[in-house]
Design a protein around this ligand. Sequence first.
Ligand code: AMP
Ligand code: MN
Length: 273
Amino acid sequence: MSDGTLTPEALAARAIANGVELWALTDHDEVGGQQRARDAARAAGLPYLAGVEISVTFAGLTVHIVGLGVDPENPELVNGLAATRDGRIARAQEMAEGLAKVGIKDAFEGALNYAGNPELIARTHFARYLVETGICASTHEVFRKYLVEGKPGFVDHRWATLGNAVQWIRQAGGIAVIAHPGRYKFTVNEEYALFTEFKAHGGRGVEVVTGSHTTADYVKYADMAIEFDLLASRGSDFHSPEESRTDLGTLPALPTRLKPVWEALMDRVQKAA
Ligand code: AMP
Ligand code: MN
């Protein structure tokens, strides 16, 4: 429902085909797909956990905090996500102005065509439009040339605070997890601060094995999980068969020395009726 290309139903079918044993759909800043995902999983006999991935600004960078096992109808979570989404449209208009300055016209309208919901318009949608127009050959090239810090389509944006995001997830009965920590360009001190403050707010998990981590990252964040006494998670960050490096259900297992986050969530897993 945010910036993936497949429907919740198609994802459930793909998860089953790939041998997934427990699935969570984690849209950015949105829980509108949870009912459909849960129903599709139930119909297919696939155990399901409700999820979300919240955009947070920390030390000047965007960090994603995943919530697992949340109640998608919890008012604190729903209202917090609505506040986080607010501002995406204005940001996208500014991004389009930046792109217009380097000769790329109508990017707002082009990106909007890819964003089902304008409130969730994301850089990914701009990337797809620039590939469609032939300006770049792949979405990765668009990000590198146009959509990251210092490039013409990048607009700094303040998302939720770390404390708020963790609190919304906890109020909704879920476990907060730092998503793909290997992707953030923090200094050692900033990264340490992220983990320390996350714990102080009641965050409990970290993604160790994910589609955007290298094997060196697996080792580094397995060590950090133990150092900070965090539960370990494993997520594909799958968005699209054309764009994602990692398919559902294809990542290696968590290192056995870690405590899997799902063991703490078994009471919230939704099983087939
Ligand atoms: P936004 O929330 O608008 O900042 O967009 C974030 C989306 O951009 C996420 O879905 C990321 O997976 C995606 N993204 C971030 N960096 C890259 C990259 N270098 N290549 C492809 N997708 C990216
Ligand atoms: Mn995404």
